[in-house]
Design a binder for this molecule. Sequence first.
Ligand SMILES: [Cu+2]
Length: 155
Amino acid sequence: MKVHTYERAFLTLGGLLLVACLGALLYASLAMGIHLPGRVGQIDPEALASTPPFDAPGVRQTGPGAYEVVMIGKAWVFEPAEVRVPAGTAITFTATSSDVLHGLHVDGTRLNMMLVPGQVSQNTYRFEEPGRYLILCHEYCGAGHHTMYGTVIVE
Ligand SMILES: [Cu+2]
């Protein structure tokens, strides 16, 4: 009799936990706008220097209040290593790797992508506060991994 009661309690608890996790997932994606960075295309990592937009890495305005940062991760730098963007605008980071797997994380934000050779990653973020933000490689990419960083200057 007691075993039956415990079984029901654990099943109920398990069911409630599943519903709570699904609710948290839906809230994060629908209400908070948190999404996985999208894989937007494929590219030949050997031909980045001649393939737009990676032939001209940097910041460009794509529309009113919208900017794109084109960035390449390579052992062991980000190119460009420093970008200047305006605060309060939608900044789309379009990035890839020219050699091995790298990561691109902007400290203090939810901007976090994998840079995979041959794939183009994209993620959009709005910096509300001006300041300097550290870009870190968060995927071990070789002997110089710890020296791989960059800066986003939000003005
Ligand atoms: Cu690294």
